[in-house]
Write a protein that binds this ligand. Structure first.
Ligand SMILES: Cc1cc2nc3c(=O)[nH]c(=O)nc-3n(C[C@H](O)[C@H](O)[C@H](O)COP(=O)(O)O)c2cc1C
Length: 228
């Protein structure tokens, strides 16, 4: 298929949740994985593992975990109003596709589970307690060595005409996922991504404009130059 440009990929790589069951050639998955591993990681550690799940039984089991987690997500969203940047009809459509995936995660021909192995900081034990506490409070950066690779997966899928979506709610039942995938204790999952040919179309990706989300020099001082 004809290559698409980087910006076209970024501007059209919408979250795809309705996926055909048609198989995806291993050669294409290999290219997607090869794009993933071009991502940066802290200390260039590349402590990632991408579990590609093709086995129908395992996909079914992961799909069941996702369905179970979806009950929690539904509860979290109960009574939620559309965010101001999304019109109600669009929000309705979005939620419908989210709910659709609750029942069909396991039907995607490929599931990719991006994981990280725990970093081994050989000098960590000898650090003073206050520094250890600072490091613990920086837990929010835990995924920073895997999510750039996840974005590369999203863009590479788009380039090959595949659809995918970054999902994370499987983590509510991480223990069950670990059992299905036979993960050793030092390996944690960071996403569950269905991959396959989309039932609908790609793009366009719509977002709040940059003057609403970017600042110049300090918080609150809006960036004003708009792209042409
Ligand atoms: C951290 C993160 C977690 C997400 N988790 C889920 C999820 O559990 N289920 C789901 O259907 N989509 C999930 N998404 C996808 C978002 O809903 C989607 O990226 C967003 O709505 C934008 O969609 P669009 O690119 O089609 O506009 C997640 C996205 C991110 C970045």
């Amino acid at each position: 298929m004809a290559e698409i440009g980087l910006f076209e990929a970024m501007y059209t790589a919408r979250a795809i949740r309705r996926i055909k069951p048609d198989p995806v050639p291993d050669e294409i998955i290999a290219k997607v994985l090869d794009a993933a591993i071009r991502a940066p990681s802290g200390s260039n550690a590349q402590s990632w593992v991408f579990i590609v799940v093709k086995d129908a039984e395992k996909r079914k089991k992961l799909g069941a975990v996702y369905k179970k987690a979806s009950a929690i997500l539904s509860k979290l969203y109960e009574g939620a109003k559309p965010p101001p940047h999304m019109d109600p009809a669009k929000y309705e459509r979005w939620w419908k596709t989210v709910v659709d995936l609750f029942d069909h995660m396991g039907d995607a021909p490929v599931l990719i589970v991006p994981c990280l192995k725990q970093s081994i900081w050989t000098g960590a034990a000898s650090l003073p307690d206050d520094i250890k506490a600072r490091m613990a409070s920086a837990g929010r950066i835990a995924g920073s060595s895997i999510y750039p690779a996840v974005q590369n997966i999203i863009l590479a899928c788009r380039a090959f005409g595949l659809g995918t979506v970054l999902t994370t709610i499987h983590a509510f039942f991480e223990d069950e996922v670990r059992e299905i995938l036979k993960l050793p204790p030092e390996v944690q999952t960071y996403a569950l991504m269905p991959v396959g040919y989309p039932k609908g179309k790609h793009g366009p990706v719509t977002r709040k404009p940059i003057n609403e989300v970017a600042c110049l020099d300090a918080y609150g001082n809006a960036w004003t130059v708009m792209p042409k």
